[in-house]
Write a protein that binds this ligand. Structure first.
Ligand SMILES: Nc1ncnc2c1ncn2[C@@H]1O[C@H](COP(=O)(O)OP(=O)(O)OP(=O)(O)O)[C@@H](O)[C@H]1O
Ligand SMILES: [Mg+2]
Length: 274
């Protein structure tokens, strides 16, 4: 029997409130989650359900109003800059809008060199660094030589998404949060990106937290699924449990939004004029 997997990241009563008084929004409401090492966990919910807010708290980009986050069994402490940097070696993100993730004034090789430095390989000879960058680019079918002198805004949306994955390839974090990483691109590139992510997960043994409104995608990629509505988890379980036997009305609604491309059309009820 396989050894028990350990919990890598968990939350207790995690809550985020934005604003005050009449402008108050309860974006995340008492969320408890246990994320196991090596798992792909999807958080699925409609727009505004609190997914990105939750992700940002997990990443340490947003301070919780209430509740605790545990990393590898210990209460997470990122109060100092140094500890925060250390934490970010373990957890990284791919965001909805890839253009927002880069410093506009930094050329692409500088973006990738930063990743090498973050991994503690800043002292390697330059040729070795180029080798690492070339490898990371070719993993996502990009040519490093053609990118070195470009700025991120000179890339297409799809190339930019792939560059983000190349960064993750270099950083090899323990946890990757992918917040709708495929929303900017067409269906074909979307499948490719997902395949890259899954390949990366298998090679590096990364834990992936995948955030989406598309329950079909979640079913395709995840071990565990959590359905989020108005800041709360309304249903959780294995992908099969949640999606094949949905209990909550919200889950059923999300499923009914997915086009049933594999189902045959029922034309029997159509009345043809005689
Ligand atoms: N900085 C902020 N200030 C005030 N309210 C915010 C802020 N960020 C998010 N919210 C609110 O919190 C709620 C949850 O937003 P969030 O971005 O987490 O949703 P989401 O599930 O990621 O939606 P989407 O699928 O559209 O990305 C929304 O009502 C949103 O308006
Ligand atoms: Mg969002």
């Amino acid at each position: 029997m396989a050894a028990e997997k350990s919990v890598i990241l968990s939350t207790k009563g995690l809550t985020k409130v934005f604003g005050f008084g009449r402008n108050k929004t309860l974006a995340v409401d008492q969320v408890d989650i246990d994320i196991y090492e090596g798992e792909v966990v999807s958080i699925v919910g409609e727009s505004g359900s609190g997914k990105t807010t939750l992700a940002k708290m997990l990443l340490g980009l947003l301070k919780p109003t209430e509740g605790d986050i545990y990393f590898q069994g210990q209460l997470r402490d990122i109060r100092s800059r140094k500890k925060k940097k250390e934490y970010w070696k373990n957890i990284q993100a791919i965001f909805q809008d890839p253009y927002s993730s880069y410093n506009t004034f930094q050329k692409i090789d500088a973006v990738l060199l930063d990743c090498i430095r973050m991994r503690g390989n800043g002292k390697l000879p330059y040729e070795k660094k180029v080798e690492l960058m070339t490898e990371a680019c070719s993993f996502v079918n990009l040519k490093f030589d053609e990118l070195t002198n470009k700025y991120p805004f000179e890339l297409s949306g799809g190339q930019m998404q792939r560059l983000m994955i190349a960064r993750i390839f270099l950083l090899k974090p323990k946890i990757l949060v992918a917040d709708e990483p495929t929303s900017m691109i067409d269906a074909c590139s979307r499948a490719t990106i997902l395949d890259f992510l899954m390949q990366l997960r298998n090679e590096v043994g990364m834990t992936v937290i995948f955030i989406t409104h598309d329950i079909g995608l979640a079913y395709y990629v995840s071990d565990t699924v959590h359905i989020m509505e108005r800041g709360k988890f309304v249903e959780s379980g294995t992908a099969d449990q949640v999606i094949l036997e949905p209990k909550d009305f919200c889950t059923q609604r999300l499923i009914s939004d997915v086009p049933k491309i594999h189902e045959e059309w029922d034309l029997s009820t159509i009345e043809y004029p005689s």
